[in-house]
Design a protein around this ligand. Sequence first.
Ligand SMILES: Cc1cc2nc3c(=O)[nH]c(=O)nc-3n(C[C@H](O)[C@H](O)[C@H](O)COP(=O)(O)O)c2cc1C
Length: 372
Amino acid sequence: MTTTNSILFKPSKIANTAINNRLAVAPMTRVSAESDGKVGPLMKGYYENYATGGFGLIITEGLYTDELHSQAYLNQPGIATSAQADSWKPIIAAVHLKGAVLIAQLMHGGALSQYNHLSKPSIAPSAVQPKGKQMPAYHGEGAYKLPQAMTEQDIEVAVQGFVDAALRAEKAGFAGVEIHGANGYLLDQFLTEYTNQREDSYGGSLANRLRIYQQILTAVRESVGEALIVGVRFSQKKVNDTQYVWAGGEEAAKSTFAMIKECGADYIHTTEPLLNNAAFGEGESLASLAKKYSGLPVIANGGVSDPQLATDVLESGQADFVALGKIALSNQDWPNTVKNSNSIKGFNYSMLAPLVDLENAQRFNKDELGAA
Ligand SMILES: Cc1cc2nc3c(=O)[nH]c(=O)nc-3n(C[C@H](O)[C@H](O)[C@H](O)COP(=O)(O)O)c2cc1C
């Protein structure tokens, strides 16, 4: 069924960067960095495997942006210092040598911060207790901390944190940056009505709730060179709220995606539980709406394991690239596996338990091999 002529393997581009095929690795936090935020010993092999396995595009796990409040997890890698950024150089070189494009995801945890090596309190648009519980697989326990409401100056500092992080990513040699605007973290806390109760120019209307995205994207685009890809990720669901749907429906999607295009972003990455499901009960998927209202290249993510679904999404024009998360964890060579018509290994949650780190995955893989 799927052959090398498949749309999955057709080269494409984001801005001026050529990408070998339509298959991306979704950003996945693996809490396997050193305690100072530099990359840990297992990370190079891990990222290199995806490139060897045939993925054209690899988006890193979320890297924290500043040495203030942005860190979300113990052993999360950062890009808040030059030393942290430079520690990625061997990974960047290895991945690029294999022909894949590596993009750094820039992330501020906001109210969902479970750990900060400087013992800073968490900050958020408003002092609202986050829903749900911290995630044990990422070293968390119990309720989230009550965040401090950000002052306008805190917002300026956080925006600048993204800009400086993007500059460090560029200098280290990443092909691009993805601003993490999804999954309930800081930017998504601004976008979401119930976590943003501000009465200033960052709260209230959709345009106000999107202001921080606009400021970050515009400032990053102005600060980095033209060749650096600048993308942004959106979701409706959050790690601590899997039911949330954008209140403004398609109209909100239209304004959001059109604004993103105006800021000079090069692509939009959407994630939904199932990438091609209607975003608002009926009608088009979030990916499809992003494409329609921005005209930008779109990466769609969520729920893909078999090549047919990925092919359908690309052929129907809903997206230009498909990003794989969990199935890529169990098949780091998913593109080559599909190309060679080999069978895809099912994803097993035990791989991420008790921790989502790479040491645990290695142990799991050894046990699997032993059992085989
Ligand atoms: C272990 C793990 C870590 C993740 N970390 C991140 C992250 O750092 N940034 C992000 O945007 N999404 C993160 N995600 C979400 C994935 O990028 C993806 O959206 C999600 O797994 C759904 O796609 P899938 O159905 O292909 O797995 C993570 C998911 C997993 C399983």
